[in-house]
Design a protein around this ligand. Sequence first.
Ligand SMILES: *[C@@H]1O[C@H](CO)[C@@H](O)[C@H](O)[C@H]1NC(C)=O
Ligand SMILES: *[C@@H]1O[C@H](CO)[C@@H](O)[C@H](O)[C@H]1NC(C)=O
Ligand SMILES: *[C@@H]1O[C@H](CO)[C@@H](O)[C@H](O)[C@H]1NC(C)=O
Ligand SMILES: *[C@@H]1O[C@H](CO)[C@@H](O)[C@H](O)[C@H]1NC(C)=O
Ligand SMILES: *[C@@H]1O[C@H](CO)[C@@H](O)[C@H](O)[C@H]1NC(C)=O
Ligand SMILES: *[C@@H]1O[C@H](CO)[C@@H](O)[C@H](O)[C@H]1NC(C)=O
Ligand SMILES: *[C@@H]1O[C@H](CO)[C@@H](O)[C@H](O)[C@H]1NC(C)=O
Ligand SMILES: *[C@@H]1O[C@H](CO)[C@@H](O)[C@H](O)[C@H]1NC(C)=O
Ligand SMILES: *[C@@H]1O[C@H](CO)[C@@H](O)[C@H](O)[C@H]1NC(C)=O
Ligand SMILES: *[C@@H]1O[C@H](CO)[C@@H](O)[C@H](O)[C@H]1NC(C)=O
Ligand SMILES: *[C@@H]1O[C@H](CO)[C@@H](O)[C@H](O)[C@H]1NC(C)=O
Ligand SMILES: *[C@@H]1O[C@H](CO)[C@@H](O)[C@H](O)[C@H]1NC(C)=O
Length: 490
Amino acid sequence: MHLRYSTSLAALLALLNAGAMAATNTTVSTAGLQSTQCVASTASNDLYPTKSKVKYATGFSIAYHNTYKVLENRSTNNTYVLYQCGSTKPSVKNVSAFIPVPVNSSAAWATTAAIFLEALGVQNTVKNLGTAPSLVSACLQELLKDVIEPFNDSNSTDTDHQEQKNDVVFNMPGGQDTNTTNTVYSTEYLESSALGRSEWIKFFGAFFNAEERANKVFDSVDTNYQCFSTKAEKEYNDIRPVIAWTSYAGPTQYNNNTAYWQVSFANYKYDIVRDAGARMLNTTGKQSTMFSSSQAFLRALREVDIVIDESFVSYNYSTLLKNYGIADPKQANYSWVATGRVFRPDRIQSTSGGLGWFEAPVAFADALLQDLIGVAHPRFVKDGYKHIWFRNLAKSDPVTVVTASNCTDMYASRTNPAGSCSLIDFQSANPSDSDYSDVEQSRTHDLIYDVSKSEVINDDSSKQSAAAHLAGSTLAASLVAGALSMLALL
Ligand SMILES: *[C@@H]1O[C@H](CO)[C@@H](O)[C@H](O)[C@H]1NC(C)=O
Ligand SMILES: *[C@@H]1O[C@H](CO)[C@@H](O)[C@H](O)[C@H]1NC(C)=O
Ligand SMILES: *[C@@H]1O[C@H](CO)[C@@H](O)[C@H](O)[C@H]1NC(C)=O
Ligand SMILES: *[C@@H]1O[C@H](CO)[C@@H](O)[C@H](O)[C@H]1NC(C)=O
Ligand SMILES: *[C@@H]1O[C@H](CO)[C@@H](O)[C@H](O)[C@H]1NC(C)=O
Ligand SMILES: *[C@@H]1O[C@H](CO)[C@@H](O)[C@H](O)[C@H]1NC(C)=O
Ligand SMILES: *[C@@H]1O[C@H](CO)[C@@H](O)[C@H](O)[C@H]1NC(C)=O
Ligand SMILES: *[C@@H]1O[C@H](CO)[C@@H](O)[C@H](O)[C@H]1NC(C)=O
Ligand SMILES: *[C@@H]1O[C@H](CO)[C@@H](O)[C@H](O)[C@H]1NC(C)=O
Ligand SMILES: *[C@@H]1O[C@H](CO)[C@@H](O)[C@H](O)[C@H]1NC(C)=O
Ligand SMILES: *[C@@H]1O[C@H](CO)[C@@H](O)[C@H](O)[C@H]1NC(C)=O
Ligand SMILES: *[C@@H]1O[C@H](CO)[C@@H](O)[C@H](O)[C@H]1NC(C)=O
């Protein structure tokens, strides 16, 4: 059995692929790969002179030995042994899976795993994807036309066959794989920092002996991120707007026909909001808070300057106001309504409404930070700055649709959409920018919203029941049920 939970995560989004013209078919490069050949069983020299070292991520570790490497799950001691093909299988105890490397074939259930593989430029090895219907990546859309086969979500026998044909299957924990011989779980979405999430490229890279590529991609993300956040730290200290990540779920069969409103407090969001020179609405360390009435929800947003709406529906500003219980925006006494600072991370979409937000921002934390600085401090990004993922809903910013025809070289490694650090340019800052409210400038205290127990639904049990629903529901239904619980983490 494959894992429906992760399938649903991956398929939060949409149902169709766009068909378009074929991309250029280039030769697959081996630059940045080490020990690409199998070795003799007696081999004992160091096959991995280029090593990856974990700097921020807390979910995994990598230890190098001459002919193999050990990836370990820090929380459960879940161990994956990656040994050079041809070499003798090392005797390591308590191993969840032995994977000969470099792998020739791979499969991925989640959008984030798929993008890590593309960022490594190893998509030529990918045989199956569980995210086919929702993928936004132009080149993965192109490959899905006739090279990569989508996992057949509706037949677990088919799926088992598909999984077994691969050297490694990247999945997420929580499901009921019956045969985990070649299954590897990744948990990039549990990291508490944006850089920690991006660093999982090293985890994926190890399977391809692509340490050099993984290190290069990540070092550049790290350097650029530090530069952005140093500027933010230095310049924005006394004018830090308060950001809330919110969502609304209408009544459905999956929530007992009871609508709810949610504020996400995923740890990585605190981290990246701070690094963007802004502040999170803080509620005493919860991962998410679900409100049972729009009044309670709006009370929590009283002192918020910027709302980032992650509701899993595509809609316009009028619909958002209606869903949030704001009848007359002119009368509403909220800074974020008055200044029209209401964003959604849905600028990049596939034809069917899949969101680019669930793909590249995880791998490219610097691009994510840059985009968030654009939201938090519009007058400090260069004139004409175009958001990558964020879209101002209140100002009806347009959506950009990506199809397979946007792919120019389907085997090339995915480029980082981040700009250089000079994109943040204080010299050209325009203090009269109307996007800035005076209110927030006077706010230097920490904003802590004390959640009253009577106002919230217990978020942990809601999350579990949403996951349980996913296990038994069809794909289309799970789009509704799964979205909000997963957004708490994403
Ligand atoms: C690309 O080249 C490979 C190997 O020559 C071939 O199998 C594949 O069909 C080609 N794909 C496209 C889209 O032309
Ligand atoms: C994991 O390993 C460490 C030391 O190797 C040990 O202290 C810890 O108890 C182990 N945890 C589990 C869950 O087995
Ligand atoms: C094997 O790993 C499990 C956790 O996955 C742990 O409980 C157990 O103690 C480990 N056994 C040994 C021998 O390390
Ligand atoms: C990859 O393919 C090559 C060539 O067919 C083969 O020699 C090697 O054993 C394969 N590697 C793995 C990890 O299966
Ligand atoms: C699933 O696929 C297998 C093999 O392709 C087939 O034998 C079986 O009938 C299918 N199951 C269903 C429920 O369609
Ligand atoms: C997937 O499985 C279902 C149920 O067995 C079957 O009807 C369908 O044809 C399969 N799809 C593909 C693409 O094989
Ligand atoms: C489990 O999968 C492996 C390959 O991934 C395969 O070789 C093995 O036969 C499978 N075992 C069962 C019981 O299906
Ligand atoms: C480590 O174990 C935790 C707890 O079971 C699990 O949630 C997580 O996915 C595991 N991580 C990896 C990389 O296997
Ligand atoms: C579902 O809603 C009904 C009517 O509001 C209520 O009586 C019932 O207790 C709810 N069930 C659960 C499981 O919350
Ligand atoms: C939220 O506020 C509390 C109380 O001041 C503080 O201890 C905590 O560190 C804050 N949390 C974050 C993630 O900033
Ligand atoms: C917003 O969307 C709703 C529902 O689709 C529609 O009825 C309404 O006309 C739209 N409003 C605007 C201003 O586009
Ligand atoms: C994709 O291609 C279309 C048509 O050329 C273009 O309008 C669009 O901007 C491209 N999208 C992206 C994200 O580059």
